[in-house]
Ligand binder design. Structure first.
Ligand SMILES: *Cc1c(COP(=O)(O)O)cnc(C)c1O
Length: 386
């Protein structure tokens, strides 16, 4: 493989086919996002890279209200505080600054951020920016994107949304939420751009105009500068790329193929597939006696507790599964619950594998699970669709 890589010497980051691949990827990304935003491109790295680019227009002293209902929105809030801090704020608490101009609204683990919560906070604080995660993966909650958009529109606030966990999984078009000026996602969840390639981002003209007026403090994650390599300049698509940083022809090819496959599958079809397989997994988990107290409503993830007699053993069971190569998770914030994700596992064999392995783990723990009945019921459900 390395030999083949090394042999493709001409495919550098300015080579015509690599640039063409980036242009085509940019056009496909607009379809994936459901947008006409010119500043739609992708940032090398993972979700946090895209989010860092998304937050880069926030300058020290800017007022922000951020809504936190789990691990990931908590980290987003942290990054926002880093961006909005003055030198004095940083000096006071360098590793965890708490600038007075950022108001963090905490919503309980397992609850969604609702339009009412957003409306009340924006009406009270009248910030310049508001932030919310679309799907909070930490607890598995879907937040109210319509309510967030509407409250931002009513108060003239620019909305920023972490769509790391929803893009390519739920069917939605970001242009239906015009008060959300900025969106960021990741390569590995809904897009399956592996190995980790590019984090999709989209900025509307309002935030780009602001950026043009006042700039921001980054080179590498500067939305206007970074977009030049994707053949976006002066607010429109152009023919030639301007060097911003090195892009690997392999990464571009992989990302391009991932976007092509997603669009060929169909965004709507993909969303339906997730719901269908998630429902099968969820029933199987319940049939094994597990209880769902904090229900995940994300179609890519089931979150649950063990049966009452095994309460408190969630982490132990998860660690045992992980040691055996079955990559499930516990919730990252309290209370400890089990999370099983089905990202890109939308086939009959993979669902059987997941449910079978989980049943084995329950049996090993001492639970009375009828594995063949659970799998039998699962497969009659899966067969019901063909
Ligand atoms: C996974 C995730 C992230 C972090 O993405 P990385 O790809 O790990 O950088 C951020 N936000 C949400 C909602 C996520 O699910």
């Amino acid at each position: 493989m390395l030999e083949r890589f090394a042999a493709a010497g001409v495919a550098d980051h300015m080579q015509a086919d690599v640039v063409r691949g980036m242009k085509e990827a940019k056009f496909m990304l607009r379809e994936v996002f459901g947008t006409r935003n010119v500043h739609t491109f992708a940032v090398c790295g993972t979700g946090w890279d895209g989010l860092d680019c998304a937050f880069s227009p926030i300058l020290p002293g800017d007022s922000v209200v951020s809504f936190v209902n789990g691990t990931f929105s908590g980290l987003d809030d942290f990054n926002i505080r880093l961006k909005a801090s003055s030198t004095e704020d940083l000096a006071k608490d360098p590793m965890n600054p708490k600038p007075a101009n950022v108001v963090t609204v905490n919503v309980a683990h397992g609850d969604s951020v609702t339009g009412d919560v957003v409306e009340a906070a924006l009406a009270e604080h009248k910030p310049m920016w508001a932030f919310m995660a679309h799907w909070e993966t930490g607890s598995g909650r879907i937040n109210d994107i319509q309510g967030f958009n509407d409250a931002c529109a009513r108060h003239g606030v620019m909305g920023i949304v972490d769509a790391v966990s929803s893009l390519g999984i739920e069917y939605f078009n970001i242009d239906d939420y015009p008060a959300v000026t900025t969106w960021a996602s990741c390569p590995q969840k809904g897009i399956l751009g592996l190995p980790l390639t590019y984090a999709p981002v989209s900025f509307n003209d309002r935030v780009i105009d602001l950026l043009r007026q006042r700039g921001c403090h980054t080179y590498v994650h500067h939305p206007i500068l970074e977009a030049r390599h994707w053949c976006i300049a002066d607010g429109r698509d152009v023919e030639t790329a301007a060097y911003h940083r090195t892009h690997s022809g392999y990464a571009v090819a992989s990302f391009h193929e991932a976007l092509r496959l997603l669009l060929a599958h169909g965004r709507k079809q993909k969303a339906e597939d997730y719901s269908f397989y998630e429902a099968g997994l969820s029933s199987a988990i319940k049939a094994m006696g597990c209880t769902v107290t904090v229900t995940s409503n994300m179609a890519s993830l089931v979150v649950f507790d063990l049966p009452a007699e095994f309460e408190g053993k969630e982490k132990e069971l998860v660690n045992g599964c992980r040691a055996a190569g079955f990559a499930i998770w516990n919730t990252l914030s309290e209370p400890a619950q089990i999370r099983i994700g089905i990202l890109n596992q939308l086939t009959v064999p993979t669902l059987n594998d997941i449910v079978g392995r989980y049943a084995d783990a329950m049996i090993e723990m001492g639970a009375a699970v009828d594995k063949s009945k659970v799998l039998g019921d699962l497969n009659s459900y899966l067969a019901s669709r063909q």
